[in-house]
Design a protein around this ligand. Sequence first.
Ligand code: G6Q
Length: 547
Amino acid sequence: MTSPGASSPTRNPAWKALAAHGREIEQRHLRELFAEDAGRGERLGLEAAGLYLDYSKNLVTDETLRLLLELAEGSGLRKRIAAMFRGEKINTTEGRAALHVALRAPRHASIVVDGEDVVPAVHAVLDRMAAFSERLRGGEWKGYTGRRIRNVVNIGIGGSDLGPMMATEALRHYSDRNLRFGFVSNVDGTDFAETVRDMDPEETLFVVCSKTFTTLETLTNARTARAWVLAALGDERAVAKHFAAVSTNAGEVTKFGIDSANMFEFWDWVGGRYSLDSAVGLSLMTAIGPQRFREMLAGFHAMDEHFRTAPFERNLPVLLGLLGIWYGDFLGAQTHAVLPYDRYLWRLSAYLQQLDMESNGKRVDLDGNAVDFQTGPILWGGPGTNGQHAYYQLIHQGTQRIPCDFIGFALSSNPLGEHHDLLMANFFAQTEALAFGKTEEEVVAEGVPPHQAPHRSFPGNHPTNTILAERLTPETLGALIALYEHKVFVQGSIWHINSFDQWGVELGKALAARIVPELSSEAAPEPIHDSSTNALIRRYRRLRSQS
Ligand code: G6Q
């Protein structure tokens, strides 16, 4: 085992104190913590940017919070936050700033990167996106044959897909129902085939979304889309009416044949998974309109300001980040569940999975030293109440500790009879059940036969955060996403890792590029890999040649 790097958080005295304190907390139960402090549920609550966080059902005492805050203070987090907002090149392995906060800065703000104020350019692109999306929404933009566009299909993957797709679903309530939205990401031809199956090429516009404009999946799908359009419309000039591009790479966009008038740019200081509120949100803006899109940006900005200015002990992203570190590094949790009680947020966990796991799934620190502690958790989840009838069993009675975030809203977007109260009754009941459980004695007192009691009792003591907001609006969604972005940054900063690169995805890409010629041509070269990969490739080729 190598010794920890000079900036390892494990060298922080608070880390050692937390390790010792963790052993004490393991002996405590949330039942006792609540019994000792009648005001706990109110006291450990906090509101910012329209989101109320109740963090009282966490396995923490005032001492835990004090030590966690000490860890944050001693980690240089304050400096890192200031550096991020100033546009410093904190993404050191790629030599870039991580300046997604500039994407939602108000028009009058000024943020200088490499001697240039980036805010005017951000707003110029937003204005162009607004004009473009209004033409689509108003039916003014016509396809090549003069028909109105009715389908908008985003082609992109990873950060160029998950954000717009999640948010278009989340804000579907606000979206223009005369338009249909599709998202093609997978290089599996099924994705394209099924998405356009019921679409008419004359009425379909593709938004090819790729920061680099070199991504294999996206370019393959974009070429297939172009062939699909040209097969129906028979003229290269149709491309200008049926394709727009979102990219930082104007050269490749032009080479592909997309009119530069239909290209929306963003910048290398916007990471893919942090790009939803750049031009990558073009399909979302088309769905909900520029005004709603700006409301979403205002929500992001409100959370940015809270994060930048609030003291750590009243700072939502800082507290969520610290609580995650507490469970992962001191109380043995390996996963974290996000459980929204709103059907519109059904893709949120997929989005957050990339945000968290690609950002903080790192094994070396900023200085290249292997870390000697656990970094980012496995993030997973899905909408309630559905999960209650499936995987919640393991959270309640399994052997793992799984901290959960419950997200709910006071008002429904679709009030229907009693539905919302029933939904929210479950929302409140779950965190209560997880925290307090039910003892064998209580179960037996209710008449359960003693031999069944172990199966029907609940240990409780499962930690949860509850995030409650008034209603799911564009603004609330923006604040919620910024909350998680900054939570991830807080954790990455304390762990002293780079949350903004993703070298871990490169090896598979390079190997796939080597394998392609071994699969596709008649006279394919013999595979030259390990014996397992060679045998699998040969079997694949045999099966293909037999069909
Ligand atoms: C995100 C990652 C990754 C990226 C995709 C698509 O932070 O970098 O998910 O967004 O690989 O890349 P392009 O936008 O360049 O096609």
